[in-house]
Design a protein around this ligand. Structure first.
Ligand SMILES: Cc1cc2nc3c(=O)[nH]c(=O)nc-3n(C[C@H](O)[C@H](O)[C@H](O)COP(=O)(O)O)c2cc1C
Length: 195
């Protein structure tokens, strides 16, 4: 099984979503045999913003990295993404990655009947962290956006491991992280039974 692990937090060692995404990946690798992990840290190794030059493949190095990124996504059975809420949405580094994996003809296409996702069959697990409380609120442009992007690509199996309200107090933060970590084993258990 191929597992693609993506992090996007700018907060390094102090990141909630890095801690959670690592715990999710570790749950997979410690309970299932034969998990091949590929990792990309979008903070340390960002993809450039998509420009006209990108679409024209003007820079061969950029085009090669974009193709590698897309292929890595296509090859993954499971994608684990550390996705903080930044300014009510996602970090621009993660948006830049999405711009490279949402590619017409490769991961979706338009037909006379409407859009069709071409990247189905994967599981996506998103480690979500937010300073405030946004679940179900109109301020949440992070989780609904991510769900929409992956649904558009044909991926309906999207789960969130969420630590919310982490900026309220140190106690809120540690309680939210502990609750999020407690939810992780249940995500991996069904796959272990299927293996
Ligand atoms: C640049 C930046 C923007 C943020 N914007 C928001 C926001 O709009 N709403 C919110 O609830 N928290 C916001 N936060 C708090 C983060 O969502 C919170 O710290 C979360 O833990 C981030 O995940 P991370 O620790 O993995 O980076 C922001 C934090 C940063 C650094």
């Amino acid at each position: 099984m191929n597992l693609l692990h993506i992090d996007s937090s700018a907060l390094g060692q102090n990141s909630v979503t890095r801690e959670l995404s690592a715990a999710i990946v570790s749950q997979w690798t410690s309970t299932l045999d034969g998990v091949q992990v590929e990792y990309r840290d979008l903070d340390r190794e960002p993809l450039p913003h998509l420009t006209g030059g990108s679409l024209a493949k003007a820079d061969p190095a950029e085009a090669a990295d974009a193709e590698r990124t897309l292929q890595q996504f296509l090859d993954a059975d499971v994608v684990v993404i550390g996705a903080p809420m930044y300014n009510f949405a996602i970090p621009s580094t993660l948006k830049a990655w999405i711009d490279r994996v949402a590619v017409a003809g490769r991961t979706f296409r338009y037909t006379e009947a409407g859009p069709e996702g071409l990247a189905g069959g994967k599981k996506v697990v998103i480690a979500s962290g937010r300073g405030g409380l946004h679940s179900g609120a109109p301020s949440d442009f992070q989780e609904p956006y991510l769900r929409q992007v992956f649904a558009f690509l044909g991926i309906e199996d999207v789960e969130f491991v969420r630590a919310e309200g982490v900026a309220y107090s140190p106690q809120h933060r540690s309680d939210a992280i502990a609750a999020a970590k407690a939810a992780i084993p249940a995500l991996v258990a069904p796959l272990r039974k299927a293996a």
